[in-house]
Structures are given as C-alpha cells and as structure tokens.
Write a protein that binds this ligand. Structure first.
Ligand SMILES: Nc1ncnc2c1ncn2[C@@H]1O[C@H](COP(=O)(O)OP(=O)(O)OP(=O)(O)O)[C@@H](O)[C@H]1O
Ligand SMILES: [Mg+2]
Length: 287
C-alpha cells in the first residue's frame, strides 16, 4: 500500500467523521458486506443497553463454508454484535436489538421464532470453556436428547462419538466418557463445548474469543479444528489476535466504536486496508 493510498483513505475517513458530526448519521461500511453463499444476513442492526447505543446500523452476512473474523478494539461491540445472531442478547436485561437478522429465509427476531431451536441451529462457543457439571458423555448428549434427535441409546451413542470426533476429542476421552467434563484441561473443555454445539447439527457456529483462555498448543488445535469445521458450517469468530484472524478466516470485519468500519477478504484487509482506522488497528497504533 502506498503512502498516498493511506492518506487518501485517511482523508476519506476524516470526511466521513465530519459528515457524521454534521448529520448524526453513521459513516457506513467500506467493503462488501455480502457473503458468496449467505446463511445469515444482518441488515441495519442497532443495539442499545438502556439509553446507550452499542451497535450502530450494522449490516453483515455470514456465509456457508466460510469463517468471518470480527476484530476491533475492546468495547467496540464485537460481543454485542455476535450475540445478535442467536438472540443471546435477549438474556441481558436492558438490551434492545433493532434491525433484521435472517437465518436462511427466516427472520430470527420474529415473535414466532423458537429461540431454543434457534440456539441449536446457531450454536455458540464462549471465551471461557463452560462445560455443564455433568459427564463428558452427558455434555454432548444433552442437546440431541432435548431436541429429540436420537431415537434410542445406540443413535445417541453414535451422535456423541461423531460429535467428539469432529471436535478432535474422541481419542482423548473415549475411555473416560463417564468422567466430569469439568475435569478436562482447558483446551479439551473448549473442544468439548465445540462438540456440544456440533451435536445438535447447527448451521452456524459463533465463537467469541474461543482461544483467549488457552495456551498456544491448545489454540493451534482449535484453529485447525475451525478450519476443518468450515467444510460443514458457517462460522463467525471474534478474536483479539490478528494472527488468528489471518490464519483462520476468509473474511474479516473491523469494528470501531459500535460501527462496522470495513469488511473484506482477510488478505485484503490485512495487507491493503481501505480505511485509516483499520490500518491504525492492524498496525498496532491503537487498540
Ligand atoms: N450488559 C451490558 N450492559 C451495559 N453495557 C454493556 C453490556 N455489555 C456491553 N456493554 C457495553 O457495550 C459496548 C460494547 O461492548 P462489547 O462487550 O460488545 O465489546 P467487545 O468489542 O466485545 O469488547 P471486548 O473486546 O473487550 O470483549 C461497551 O461500551 C460495553 O461497555
Ligand atoms: Mg467481547
């Protein structure tokens, strides 16, 4: 990227900020919000905590067989935004979501949407591994059982095994399925949580800093797994690690103060960012 381009991007941005100050409108997203084969589509999403607006007019698609990385400084709204995709914000008092989010052709904020089913179709993996205080087997079997996915114990056993296998954990736990999930190492617990999400055959997996509590070896395993899971699922991942975003994602979305500033192919965003805000963040000038 030439200095001239950076300056032009910077100039563009200053103009946008001045315009925002004058009009009160958001500056809009630079880049293409569309996925090649969208599974989820967010349009014009605003999120408020009480009177305070945390997300401003964000539109973004998550596509099949792709990983979208969401990056940006602490407090910019990544967790708030990713939680919109399976209505996890509903569980936060005072939190209000406006705008539309579609899963295939269903409006997930429709009053008739079954939220329990939605959260099976759009699974979530959190920063801190949170296995249930149950056995390894039960952690994975719980979802299929409540959603009636297995006709009998043999079917359930098969779902548990295949989910653990897809999460890269089967070989390590096959002889200790009755032991508590909380007795596993942090990295194993996170893979157990991924197995639990997979067990109910989701379409989308949301991950909010899934490796931030893990050591580099456990992190590398999860990153390999994310790449593998992409073959079957649409994935969105929030990460503070730029290296991780570059390694695992095909598209990157850069958030800043509640807005989606820029989105594009991961290579482009990291090597040739189109706004100064993105440039400053990825080069470590702030954040
Ligand atoms: N439960 C809540 N009640 C009130 N305000 C909240 C709540 N959760 C988040 N916020 C505010 O919303 C804004 C966005 O927070 P959010 O947690 O989404 O940011 P983030 O980008 O995920 O940050 P981090 O990288 O630190 O996890 C922040 O100003 C935060 O203080
Ligand atoms: Mg967060």
């Amino acid at each position: 990227m030439t200095k001239d381009t950076v300056q032009r991007a910077g100039k563009f941005h200053v103009d946008a900020i001045q315009e925002k100050a004058a009009t009160g409108k958001t500056r809009g997203t630079v880049g293409d919000i569309k996925a090649v084969d969208p599974v989820m589509r967010a349009t014009g999403v605003d999120v408020f905590y009480g009177d305070k607006q945390a997300i401003r007019n964000i539109s973004l698609e998550i596509g099949r067989n792709e990983v979208v990385a969401m990056i940006g400084p602490s407090g910019c709204g990544k967790s708030t935004f990713i939680r919109c995709f399976n209505r996890m914000n509903d569980t936060i008092e005072n939190c209000r979501v406006q705008g539309d989010i579609w899963l295939d052709d269903e409006d997930i904020y429709d009053k008739d949407m079954d939220v329990v089913l939605l959260r099976a179709r759009v699974g979530m993996v959190f920063q801190k591994p949170n296995p249930f205080p149950k056995s390894i087997y039960e952690n994975v079997a719980y979802g299929p059982r409540i959603h009636g996915l297995a006709g009998n114990r043999t079917d359930l056993d098969a779902i548990v095994e295949s989910s653990l296998a897809k999460a890269g954990l089967w070989e390590e736990v096959r002889d200790r399925l009755e032991q508590p999930g909380t007795g596993l190492s942090g990295g194993q617990q996170q893979r157990l949580c991924i197995a639990r999400a997979i067990a109910v055959s989701p379409e989308v997996i949301l991950m909010d800093e899934p490796c931030s509590a893990l050591d580099p070896i456990a992190t590398a395993r999860i990153e390999d797994l994310i790449d593998e899971l992409r073959k079957n699922y649409a994935i969105a991942i929030v990460t503070h690690s730029m290296q991780q975003a570059a390694r695992v994602s095909q598209r990157t979305a850069y958030f800043h103060m509640g807005e989606l500033v820029e989105v594009g192919a991961t290579d482009q965003v990291f090597t040739n960012p189109r706004t100064k805000l993105t440039e400053d963040y990825i080069t470590g000038r702030f954040g």
